[in-house]
Structures are given as C-alpha cells and as structure tokens.
Ligand binder design. Structure first.
Ligand SMILES: [Zn+2]
Length: 393
C-alpha cells in the first residue's frame, strides 16, 4: 500500500481537507479507515494523535505503520468515497506550542551541557522530557529564561526535508540512520532536530515556556513542562489556589510560606499541650487500676498517636498478661497497640490478622496496627489468649 500523503507536513495550519477512502476495515473497536491523504497527525514520537472528525464522525485514534496512517472511527465508510476531515485546531495548536517549546529547551540544554533528550511525552494530560544528564534548579531557571527569549524574538521555525546523503554530513539532534529523506526542524540559534511533528511557524506563537518541575530520573532528569495556552491554564489554576490560600491565611501571596510555617509551629506547640493533658489523664486512669491484672483492654474514641504508646507502657506495669489500647469505634475499626511483659503478643496479632483483617506487626513485647472488629470480638480473643498462651522466655 502507498504511504499516506501527510498534509500536515505541507501546512501545519490547515484544519480541513478532503480525501479518498482507500480502505475501511472492521476491527473490535470500530473501523480502521485509510485515506489517500490526511491532516491527522498520528500518535508518533511521544506525541498524542490529532483529534477531529471524518464526515462528521469522531476520530478516536490515529496510528501510523510504515508510512500508512490509519484512522479509527465508529461508522463504516465505502471504499472510494470522498470524505471531508476536520481536525480539532485548539488541540493541535496546543501540541504545536508544546512541541516547539520542547525543542527550544532540549536544544539549549544540549548546547550548554551536551545532554540529549532521550524521552519525550506530549499527552493531553502532561508534557515531559527526559534528559540523560543532571541539570540543577538554578541552571534550569536560566535555561527557561533563555528559552523565553527565543519566544520574544519571534523567530521563524523552519521544517524541511533534507536528502538522506546530505543529512549524513549535517549536525542535528535525534540523529539516527533511517532510510529516506530526513525532516529537519530548525529554530535559528537555538535548535536543529530531526522531527516528524507539526510546529508553530514562529516562536512568538508559543506564548510562554514554563518548566513546572524537575525530577531525578534514570541518571538524568525528567522535566515536566507546559507551553502556550496550557501554561496559561496551569498558571491560572495555581493563581486561584494561591489567592484562596491567601484569603484563608490572611497573608499576602509572597508571604504564604511564612504563614504556613507559623501554622506548623503552632500545631506542633498545641500537640505538645494536648499530649501533656492526655498524659495526665492517662496517669490518673492508670492509678485507679489495681496491680496484677491478667489482662486490660481500654477503648478510646480518640487519642493522639504519640500518647497511645505512653498509655500502653503505663498499663504494662499493672498487668501480668496482655494489655491493649484500642482507638476508634466498632463501625470504623480501631488503631491498636498491644503490649505484655510476659507473653509473646505477636501471636495475638496473628489471630487479629486472621479473624479481624488486621494490618500491622511488631516485636514479642509490643505490636501495633489497625483492624476491623467490635469491642466484644476483641475482648473475647484477648481473654482466650490470656487463658491459653504460653509464657514468654
Ligand atoms: Zn520533535
């Protein structure tokens, strides 16, 4: 079968086209339509496929295999029919903005540090680029600044097919030896790269290049970026969040971290206050329990996690067998810590796991975890254990 004519190569800005149906084959997900020519860019080179319609029917997927492009739709079309295709321009243009922005960033990092882009993903949710070397945050800030200068300069972006032999002698990124002509995309002064995707005609159309985050990845870094309208959407979302926080904390946006640090300090202080009150209450309750109890179970609706263990340690002193403190209720389940000065409590943890779906573990003298069960079930298991369990060495 002849390769599909790629109309998007000739004009990245065209949105409507007519074409002849070469074949239409039924598959599980619908029908796969092959046209003599198309504006639909397929899923290729890490970029998601174009969206749109063919004769008004939504195109669900576009794939390419050996130069032949297949469109997945839900309705059958007769072979030989002339159809009209329309691509979703907003989606395509956003991909063009992000892809050209990525080239500028990759080109700059390559030029300054010699690293290569070894993974590019341009989906509808996220745009990431993986560089095979480490660049720190300050260096990335400078790269981002310089990349946006390329935007302000509104440079022409050129995409041309270069003869296979001529390409061999050229220097450009993503150089691999494949048969046929090579499509070279150039952002003058910033990047030269082999690429099959549609790009903006001038860098000014990118609008904004923003690096959102950088993560260490496979010995290099993974950058999450956004350009153009998607960068604006991201900034607007974050702006709304910041303004809401600013209102909640009665702090100017530039003082937000300071305000949150203040809150954290206050929470830390209050936790200390609560703990000391709870500890005093626990001391009083433990005081009332006579020495030498065979088992003690305490059920509390709420208890700070830092005094939970304190409570159990107090009870161990009053108890010859097993003691446990259970925080929660019969409906939602309990967080528990169980201790003993004589019995291996890991055994009881196993029974909890088996009978009450408990998750947790610990040492012979103390275990902790969470379970789903009632007060009655918990008590009956513990009473039985105290009766039968062997003493620990
Ligand atoms: Zn590219």
């Amino acid at each position: 079968m002849n390769e599909t004519i790629k109309l998007y190569d000739q004009d990245a800005y065209a949105t409507e086209f007519t074409a002849r149906v070469i074949s239409c084959v039924k598959v599980d997900a619908g029908v796969e339509v092959i046209l003599n020519q198309t504006l639909f860019f397929p899923e290729e080179g890490g970029q998601s496929a174009d969206q749109g319609t063919i004769n008004g029917v939504e195109v669900l997927d576009v794939q390419i295999n050996k130069g032949v492009i297949t469109h997945l739709i839900k309705e059958n079309i007769e072979e030989g029919t002339v159809v009209t295709g329309v691509i979703n321009w907003k989606h395509r243009f956003s991909n063009m903005q992000n892809h050209t922005g990525e080239h500028i960033l990759s080109g700059l990092i390559h030029k300054k540090f010699g690293f290569d882009n070894v993974g590019f993903h341009l989906s509808d949710q996220i745009v990431t680029m993986d560089m095979n070397g480490y660049v720190d945050d300050e260096q990335l800030r400078l790269i981002e600044e310089e990349a946006n200068e390329a935007v302000y300069a509104n440079l022409p972006v050129e995409a041309v097919y270069v003869d296979h032999d001529a390409a061999k002698t050229m220097k450009y990124r993503s150089k691999i030896d494949i048969p046929g002509d090579v499509r070279i995309v150039t952002v003058p002064g910033y990047d030269i790269c082999a690429c099959c995707a549609p790009h903006v005609a001038r860098t000014g159309e990118i609008g904004l290049i923003k690096i959102l985050r950088s993560d260490k990845y496979k010995g290099g870094i993974r950058l999450t970026i956004l350009c153009g309208s998607r960068a604006l959407e991201e900034v607007s979302m974050k702006q709304n969040q910041i303004m809401a926080l600013s209102k909640m904390l009665s702090a100017n946006p530039e003082k937000l971290t300071e305000a949150v640090t203040g809150l954290q300090d206050e929470i830390f202080r209050l936790k200390g206050v609560i703990s000391s009150i709870e500890e005093k209450q626990i001391d009083a309750k433990a005081e009332d329990i006579p020495e030498g109890q065979p088992y003690i179970t305490i059920f509390e609706p709420e208890l700070s996690s830092n005094v939970h263990r304190y409570y159990v340690n107090k009870l161990i002193q009053k108890c010859s067998g097993i003691c446990g403190v259970f925080v929660g209720n019969d409906e939602d389940g309990y967080r528990y810590i169980i201790g003993s000065s004589s019995i291996d409590v890991r055994e009881i943890n196993n029974i909890f796991r088996e009978k009450l779906g408990a998750k947790g573990g610990g040492k012979p003298e103390m275990v902790q975890g969470s379970l789903c069960g009632t007060k009655t079930e918990i008590n009956s298991i513990i009473i039985r254990m105290v009766g039968y369990d062997k003493k620990r060495d």
